[in-house]
Design a protein. Sequence first.
Length: 435
Amino acid sequence: MPQKQRTVTLIDNETGKQVELPVHVGTHGHPAIDVRSLNKALGYYTYDPGYMSTASCSSAITYIDGKKGILRYRGYPIEQLAEKSNYLEVCYLLLYGELPTPDEFETFEKSIKEHSMLHEAMRGFFGGFRHDAHPMATMVGVVGALSAFYPDSSSVHNREQRLLAAHRLIAKMPTIAAWSYKYSTGFRFIYPRNHLDYTENFLRMMFAVPTEEYEPDPLFTKALDLILILHADHEQNASTSTVRLTGSSEANPFAAISAGIASLWGPAHGGANEAAIRMLQEITESGDLQKYVDRAKDKNDRFRLMGFGHRIYKSYDPRAAIIRKTCHELLDKIDSRNTPLFETALRLEDIVAKDDYFIERNLYPNVDYYSGIILSAMGIPLSMFTVIFALARTVGWMSHWNEMWEDPESRIGRPRQLYIGEKKRDYVPPEERGA
Ligand code: SDX
């Protein structure tokens, strides 16, 4: 017996006209009212700045429950993936929808290793930037430029080409990220080595020098791999929505990912991990934590507590809980040169947790609050924090981009607006203006 289609009825109190709208019910989460017929039936648009109540698409990739602090990739709880999986296996899961068999993983890992090099002509692009350019600027430029080198993986209507583009981007992001860093230091670029696993390879390209071998510290490799897992995807966040909207015009995948990197750069989004550390450094140096808490509550002050709050998590960000625990473990095992910073982070979190202003607004630490402490404990420079977020999120972006092209309902994204500008008026000759 087919389930009866759920509907809602919208009545225009002005005209008495009404329309019955279908309701779509997903596996979990809020049902969605299908408003596609609204404009034709009643002549209205929906109005939702920031898309607080808007589902832009249907997706099977990631599920978030902001109230319960739930995050699942393809149904698997983030806590289990963080404990039992590794980043490259999570890449396979997000992209293909299932955990790989050992053979499937071996084939996937071989493909990623084979695509980790850049075309030699791309080396020159790095030299076009000032040496002190922010590595995110380099990433936006160089990733976009990949579209000039790989026309054989740019056709959005060809699944094989789409997946080849995904493999190329997952494989090349560590090389581009590490070279962006090396360029800023003036050191020689280090090439990937296929005998290393994905995260070890990235750390070696970041820190090895031609004069001596570099063995990645297993502790750091494990901590970084965890950070990559936790940042791999997060539903329709700003940068993923940017990738979907950019890609919906049939722009090639490299251009779409470059747009996603640009969106992630903002301190309200992926740039928050860098901003959170800068804030914690400033608070630690000032010795006056309460001053910053008061500023964050002051409506006349634009200052906000970086690493706190989330559009969806109105309880604890499950990723922050996992990273906080790893922070403790890692700092206990190394010479804990970041202890003052970590102490400040713990004290600030404790004060905020007891302050009604933040409790009423559901402001808790998010994924960016502690990740920076681990990265700085590993000697990764501040300017590389968001680059690492972009590296991790590339698989999420590509999984959503590919899902969009496999969704028959997908079409070019073109939101409308509520026009509040001038009514029709006639041109005024220059000599009559300002009268
Ligand atoms: C990421 O979307 C994702 O999934 C993103 C992400 C991912 O994995 O892709 O999870 C990654 O971007 C995490 C968020 C990183 N950003 C930051 O840490 C920057 C600081 N956080 C804020 O900018 C803010 O909390 C946002 C942007 C994260 C969320 O903003 P919202 O949901 O639009 O909330 P809001 O601006 O409407 O704030 C609601 C209230 C306001 O006060 P009132 O006007 O109600 O009195 O809370 C206040 C805000 O002033 N508020 C804060 C605050 N965040 C919100 N006050 C102080 N400090 C903060 N951090």
